[in-house]
Ligand binder design. Structure first.
Ligand code: NDP
Ligand code: MG
Ligand code: MG
Length: 341
């Protein structure tokens, strides 16, 4: 059975003799650094000299130095620079300054699991991964709310790795909501699969295919946009609240019967086979090898695919419609998602 930890299972004072180096001050970095500091943990932010994030961290009242110096000053290193630059930052700034007994902490297990970073003996390697974008990790903390998270221990050399990771999870607000124990392997493989097959890749492809099918059959792009993209939020909100059943119970009987009889014809056994293939590429490291090479080559395919996505007609239609309808103004005003109309 899955272990879930809450505030009572963790003690922030476990870190009272530690200094935590937060490397990076982006989405996760700023949230972890500020939440840790407000939880009473000593924090030093590590950023390169010319970093565009430096002024923000300083304005937030945090001590800022270089990544190498931050690691040297600390006993707990939280690696929150982008995954693609972590191996270089590790080699140049972290490894030379790590000492036995230190903790190397990640928010995603990619580089450890696929051996892009090989930590030395004597150092604990842990993961506390909030299951949320950084700005929500921060906002929830400020509102006395929590952010669900995952916790994993890859290497426990001190014997205290679990307790220390739990203290970190509590200090950033995750144990308020609940923290699930997992492994680096499970976190990485399920995360990559989820974003490729369902959340990011699967859903955008489904939306585009639906949109194109309607528009090619002569329906208006505006109608197709609302039907295949905009309404998706309302459906997902219901699923988020109460699972698939909450959604089925809320739509009309006609929608329910049509969906139940046609859904499996759209996402059929061949899609399932494709998913298994994609999962296998995640598991055997093929995807990560491809992504590392793509980065080494200067991201040619990524740039091209991104451009094609940007030029898809649905983007232009959406931009026009979001300008025309009231719900989009609320989104612009506070930078958050639109309200359900
Ligand atoms: P960001 O892209 O937001 O990190 C940007 C920060 O890293 C900036 O402060 C940037 O400063 C710094 N940085 C970039 N390159 C370098 C470099 N070469 N040397 C030093 N600093 C550098 O990262 P995220 O917060 O998105 O991701 C951090 C980790 O958290 C990743 O492991 C990610 O998988 C994980 N994660 C992210 C989530 C998210 O919602 N974003 C969710 C859960 C986990 P500069 O101005 O110098 O470029
Ligand atoms: Mg991911
Ligand atoms: Mg309908």
């Amino acid at each position: 059975t899955t272990e879930i930890y809450y505030d009572d299972d963790a003690d922030v004072s476990t870190l009272e003799d530690d200094t935590v180096a937060v490397l990076g001050y982006g989405s996760q970095g700023h949230a972890h650094a500020l939440n840790l500091a407000e939880s009473g943990v000593d924090v030093v932010v590590g950023l390169r000299e010319d970093s565009s994030s430096r002024s923000a961290a300083e304005a937030d009242g945090l001590a800022v130095t270089t990544p190498a110096e931050a690691v040297a000053q600390s006993t707990y290193v939280s690696v929150l620079v982008p995954d693609t630059v972590q191996p270089a930052v590790y080699e140049n700034a972290i490894e030379p300054n790590l000492e036995a007994g230190d903790t190397l902490q990640f928010a995603h297990g990619l580089n450890i699991h696929y051996n892009q970073i090989t930590p030395p003996e004597g150092v604990d390697v842990t993961m506390v991964a909030p299951k949320s974008p950084g700005h929500l990790v921060r906002r929830n903390y400020e509102n006395d709310e929590g952010t669900p998270g995952l916790l994993a221990v890859y290497q426990d050399e001190t014997g205290d790795a679990d307790e220390r990771a739990l203290a970190y999870a509590k200090a950033i607000g995750c144990t308020r909501a609940g923290v699930i124990e997992t492994t680096f392997q499970e976190e990485v493989e399920s995360d990559l699969f989820g974003e490729q097959a369902v959340l990011c890749g699967g859903v955008t492809a489904l939306v585009k295919h639906g949109y194109e099918t309607l528009v090619d059959a002569g329906y208006s792009p505006e109608i197709a946009y609302f039907e295949c993209l905009n309404e998706l939020k309302l459906i997902v909100d219901l699923m988020y609240e109460g699972g698939n059943m909450e959604m089925w119970n809320s739509v009309s009987d006609t929608a329910e019967y049509g969906g139940l009889t046609r859904g499996e014809r759209i996402v059929d056994d061949s899609v399932r086979e494709n998913m298994e293939e994609v999962l296998e590429e995640v598991q055997n490291g093929e995807f990560t090898r491809e992504w590392v090479l793509e980065n080494q080559a200067g991201r040619p395919s990524y740039t091209q695919l991104r451009q094609a996505e940007k030029e898809h007609e649905i983007e232009e239609v959406g931009e026009r419609l979001r300008d025309l309808f009231a719900w989009a103004e609320e989104a612009d005003a506070d930078g958050t998602e639109p309200e359900v109309p």
